[in-house]
Design a protein around this ligand. Structure first.
Ligand code: UD1
Ligand code: CA
Length: 456
């Protein structure tokens, strides 16, 4: 089939400079959700009709080589919008019309509509609403759909109809060309209505089929920031339910936000208020504490991420214990059984199995071996203001508290740094290296006492 995605409207009620379809739902633009859903149907062509916001929409989708774009300016209605896409359509297959601001329609719902229409019929996705206000109404005679009437063109009787047009339809492409060419804008909004193709089909003796989505929310569109927030919650609730069905234990499905892809193995637990972005993989038995933000990361089997931890572009080994209040920045790779505790920041650092940095440290551009202990207050001075340098800490080293490792520098296997060391040259293996001033006690020193009035 061909898919046409209508995205030229301006979305005045969003009160934003950004075209409506570029607003984000679950970290991805509305139009990208619709494009992904279209792709899941393996269509022959996908045409995006854009207009309001200039080239912003095609620019935002520039990486997608499979898309074609048709500009609609000015915007004279939904029928006029589909006309702009006609040069791109393949006549041998039917054309499915989707809306760029309706992001939650299930693939299965669209597949059923396309199947019901086949190659000969016009197919409409309709839904019964308790409150149909604002929508085009489906008018039936003897059970058969005969036309759609827009709210603004409807009289009393038609306004009582509760079956509405979701806007999503599929039509045989040569017939669609014919019907669109004959549209008029003689209506309340002076627009070329796509919905008028229904009466044209009936006139031509083309049967009109209709299907309904499993859930009415699948056809909700975004017209305002409030609706965007409502759809975000719907999306997140659906996703949370799917995770729980797979066996993930969520402390509260209403307090989880996934803005990307979250892949969970068995016996994963996630506490409240966590945000997952990009692609995150949680392996068997991993647990995520409250209020963590995790982006593009792999958390190994049995690893514990404790509350208030921030992780970005990192890989964490099995049984590691991270946080609370840890920050793992891009390029962090932690081995098995590692511990990274409160107020520890790691960046572009590999730390091998069973090494620990439990409190208050900055380790950047470093390679840390196994069983290394990094004391509180340790800092790698990796940056001289112009360039960055590497610190190497070999297996079984012990870094005393409050040490500064001025890179490039190496701490040998089994070496110990005394507390407070400023390391500017390599520390040899198995030795104690300490750079602080030697401690002295002044035997003759006396603490000054306050002079009494009249003295001296
Ligand atoms: C449309 C339908 C209505 C249906 C409703 C469902 C028509 C005439 N009416 O009404 O029956 O119940 O959707 O939400 O089709 N667009 C363009 N170019 C245009 C006009 C619109 O690309 O010139 C795009 C918009 O960006 C939007 C979609 O088409 O994504 C729907 O437009 P909108 O103005 O919201 O249509 P409604 O009047 O709500
Ligand atoms: Ca609308």
């Amino acid at each position: 089939m061909n898919v046409v995605i209508l995205a030229a409207g301006m979305g005045k009620r969003m009160r934003s400079e950004l075209p409506k379809v570029l607003h984000l739902l679950a970290g991805k633009s509305l139009i990208a959700h619709v494009v992904d859903r279209a792709r899941s149907l393996a269509p022959r062509r996908i045409v995006v009709v854009y207009g309001h916001g200039g080239e912003a929409v095609p620019q935002a989708l520039a990486g997608c080589g499979d898309l074609r774009f048709a500009r609609q300016a000015p915007q004279l209605g939904t029928g006029h919008a589909v006309m702009q896409a006609l040069p791109h359509l393949d006549d041998d297959v039917p054309t499915l019309v989707l809306y760029g601001d309706v992001p939650l329609t299930r693939r299965d719902t669209l597949a059923r509509l396309v199947e019901a229409a086949g190659s000969e019929r016009l197919g409409l996705l309709t839904v019964e609403l308790a409150d149909p206000r604002g929508y085009g109404r489906i008018v039936r005679e003897g059970g058969h759909i005969v036309r759609i009437v827009e709210e603004k063109d409807a009289g009393e009787a038609v306004r009582t109809i509760r079956e509405i047009n979701t806007g999503i339809l599929v039509a045989p492409t040569p017939a669609l060309r014919r019907w669109l060419a004959a549209l008029s804008n003689d209506n309340a909004q002076k627009e070329y209505y796509l919905t008028d193709v229904v009466a044209a089909a009936v006139h031509d003796g083309v049967p009109v089929a209709s299907t309904q989505p499993a859930d009415a929310w699948e056809t909700l569109g975004v017209n305002s920031k409030r609706q965007l927030a409502e759809l975000e919650r719907l999306f997140q609730r659906n996703l949370a339910e799917a995770l729980m069905d797979e066996g993930v234990q969520l402390a509260d499905p209403a307090r989880l936000d996934v803005r990307g892809e979250l892949v969970c193995a068995r016996d994963v637990t996630i506490d409240v208020n966590c945000v997952f972005e990009g692609k995150v993989v949680l392996e068997d038995g991993a647990s995520i504490g409250a209020n963590c933000v995790i982006r593009d990361a792999r958390i190994g089997a049995g690893a514990q991420v404790l509350p208030f931890t921030h992780i970005e572009d990192a890989s964490i080994g099995a049984r590691a214990r991270i946080g609370p209040y840890a920050r793992l920045r891009p390029g962090t790779v932690l081995g098995e059984d590692t511990h990274v505790g409160n107020f520890v920041e790691l960046k572009n650092t590999r730390m091998a199995a069973a090494s620990k940095a439990n409190h208050l440290a900055y380790i950047g551009d470093a390679v840390v071996g196994e069983r290394v202990n990094i004391g509180a207050g340790t800092i790698t001075c990796n940056y001289d203001g112009a360039n960055k340098y590497q610190t190497v800490i070999e297996d079984d080293a012990f870094i005393g508290s409050d040490s500064q490792l001025v890179a490039p520098v190496r701490v040998g296997r089994g070496a110990t740094l005394g507390a407070g060391t400023t390391l500017t040259r390599d520390a040899p293996a198995q030795r104690l290296t300490v750079s602080r001033a030697r401690q002295v006690t002044i035997e003759s020193w006396q603490r000054p006492v306050k002079k009494k009035p009249g003295q001296g």
